[in-house]
Design a protein around this ligand. Structure first.
Ligand SMILES: Cc1cc2nc3c(=O)[nH]c(=O)nc-3n(C[C@H](O)[C@H](O)[C@H](O)COP(=O)(O)O)c2cc1C
Length: 241
């Protein structure tokens, strides 16, 4: 386990497109890195994510093919799919509300009431959706109306919720990749895959979505495609002093 990210670790962090299949690989390192990933920040602590580990040789090769046959997938020792599970929102709301009741036991103050209201009223308002996104459209109209006179969150549509869940899942993916580096292994995040077939292979529900698939292994020199290219910092780091 690691808790402080040293400069050296970060500098050695680079995406690898070809792994050394002859090198030893400790699958327990993936388990430890995923343990850390579960501690990642996530929206309203709903934890609407799942991490699907594909270790089995046949299944891994099949999934690698679905990653458009990329070398980063084909030469990996393990593939991990980061998945969002929007249909579990009611269960997660109940868990969070119960946790708050336990934390604020015996207290009837404003803070405890507000925290409970958040999970009992606001979260169901934002997370409940129908197939066609009509409820989301209604929420957008309500928020636009209320937002004329006061500050208001605007991202309340069904599509906005998907973005919200993918953000949290991506943060978990980043934690995982840094943790893997700290374990001495390399990773490559991939969004180039056939999501429809990959969902079937992983036995996912139709409402589940794969944020990305991360390949894991030991780097080879040939797997690092060259100098890293970044645009000018002045263009992307804007200081409002
Ligand atoms: C969401 C996401 C999806 C990506 N998908 C792929 C992919 O399918 N195949 C691949 O080789 N690299 C993929 N990458 C890696 C990017 O190409 C890489 O981060 C970028 O080129 C910068 O590379 P560097 O950090 O090694 O300089 C992905 C990265 C992210 C964040």
């Amino acid at each position: 386990m690691f808790y402080i990210i040293g400069g050296k670790l970060w500098l050695s962090f680079v995406f690898v497109r070809k792994y050394d299949l002859t090198a030893e690989f400790d699958h327990q390192a993936v388990a430890r890195a995923l343990d850390l990933a579960t501690l990642s920040p996530n929206s309203s602590n709903m934890q609407l994510w799942q991490f699907h580990r594909v270790i089995n040789n046949d299944k891994r090769q099949q999934l690698a093919e679905l990653c458009m046959g990329q070398n980063a997938a084909k030469t990996a020792n393990e593939l991990v799919a980061f998945v969002i599970t929007s249909d579990k929102w009611q269960q997660r709301t109940r868990i969070n509300a119960a946790h708050i009741r336990e934390t604020f036991k015996g207290r009837e103050d404003k803070a405890s009431k507000r925290a409970l209201k958040y999970y009992e009223k606001l979260i169901p308002f934002i997370y409940r959706n129908d197939r066609f996104g009509i409820l989301g459209l209604g929420r957008q109209l309500i928020c636009a109306f209320l937002g004329r006179k006061k500050t208001m969150v605007r991202e309340v549509s069904k599509a906005d919720l998907r973005v919200c869940l993918h953000k949290s899942s991506s943060l978990a993916a980043m934690t995982f990749m840094i943790a893997m580096r700290a374990e001495g292994y390399d990773t490559c995040p991939m969004e180039g895959f056939d999501s429809k077939r990959a969902k079937v292979l992983l036995g996912l529900k139709s409402s589940d979505e794969i944020t990305m698939i991360i390949s894991c292994g030991k780097r080879t020199d040939a797997g690092i495609y060259g100098e890293r290219q970044r645009v000018n910092k002045e263009e992307i780091i804007i200081t409002h002093a």
